[in-house]
Design a protein around this ligand. Structure first.
Ligand SMILES: Nc1ncnc2c1ncn2[C@@H]1O[C@H](COP(=O)(O)OP(=O)(O)OP(=O)(O)O)[C@@H](O)[C@H]1O
Ligand SMILES: [Mg+2]
Length: 276
């Protein structure tokens, strides 16, 4: 168990779309200063779960509590106002905007008074660069740079730094590392750790066991819309987690078999016979 404060809690949450039941009796606690890894195979219900937390969907049954108080979000804005920020893959940033603009989007600092108010580019750039650098991304040093020229990992980092700056308490990341190379993924994992150190609660969805094990304090595995396992760091081995992520199948054996084959065949994977 953890003695950290519970920021967000789900109690017996169900979500159906018409006749299709996607989530069943989900109960989960999300704590500040911790990373909760949400794992599960394709279609297990991970994105549906976080959309329900982020105000995109409403739960069909059950309760969502923020700081112990039941809430019903009227939309994503409402969830955001409660400090629940979702960072989408690629950071949800606009490629043709500058780093400074992107950081403030809609909440730009201004200078001057009344009708003479104008966007304070210098100030926006300075804050944006400072905040991103505070998260350990020192390669972004010019607020005028266009976001389109940043790497995928840098964009994610910018979006996370932005959420942190604007007071997010829960940071939801749906597969932020899926489209990234090894170095860039490491970048994002480092930022996730940084956000956690600052006391944010992070919900991190990934299909990569090593990414989950690198940052996770708490793990919840969804299988066909229900929580199949809920455990803390160190309570399960990599093999056990891999099996659970594959919906309870013994993936570890398969992985070993493939690794063994590759070792014996100059690093080549086994050939897959075309289906009849
Ligand atoms: N709006 C919707 N209407 C009907 N069914 C939906 C809707 N959204 C999701 N589903 C169904 O819910 C199930 C879970 O989908 P979800 O996107 O939550 O899975 P996931 O765990 O995020 O999968 P992946 O790892 O592939 O992203 C799927 O069977 C999907 O078809
Ligand atoms: Mg998904």
């Amino acid at each position: 168990m953890s003695d950290k404060k519970v920021v967000l809690e789900l109690k017996n949450v169900d979500k159906s779309f018409g006749p299709i039941d996607v989530l069943h009796e989900i109960s989960l606690k999300v704590r500040e200063g911790e990373v909760l890894c949400l794992l599960g195979d394709n279609g297990a219900g991970k994105s549906t779960l976080i959309k329900t937390l982020a105000g995109v969907h409403n739960a069909t049954r059950g309760e969502i509590l923020v700081d112990g108080e039941p809430v019903i979000f009227s939309g994503p804005r409402d969830a955001q106002d409660r400090g629940i920020a979702t960072v989408h893959q690629f950071g949800g940033t606009y490629p043709l905007m500058s780093v400074g603009r992107n950081f403030f989007m809609g909440q730009e600092p201004t200078k001057g008074f009344g009708p003479f108010k104008v966007y304070d580019r210098k100030k926006a750039n300075k804050i944006a660069v400072e905040e991103v650098q505070k998260m350990g991304i020192t390669r972004i040093d010019d607020g005028d740079r266009l976001v389109g020229g940043l790497s995928g990992g840098e964009r994610q980092s910018l979006a996370i730094a932005r959420a942190v700056y604007f007071g997010a308490r829960v940071l939801i990341l749906d597969e932020p590392t899926a489209a990234l190379g090894v170095k860039q993924a490491a970048h994002v994992l480092r930022i996730v750790n940084e956000a956690k150190k600052r006391g944010l609660a992070v919900i991190f969805i990934t299909h990569q066991v090593m990414h989950a094990m690198t940052v996770g304090d708490h793990f919840a595995v969804l299988i066909r819309g229900a929580i199949a396992a809920d455990f803390r760091k160190g309570e399960k081995t990599r093999e056990e987690i891999t099996d659970l992520m594959a919906g309870g199948q013994n993936m570890a054996d398969l992985e070993q078999e493939i690794e063994g084959y590759m070792e014996a065949h100059d690093g080549h994977p086994p050939k897959v016979e075309p289906a009849e």
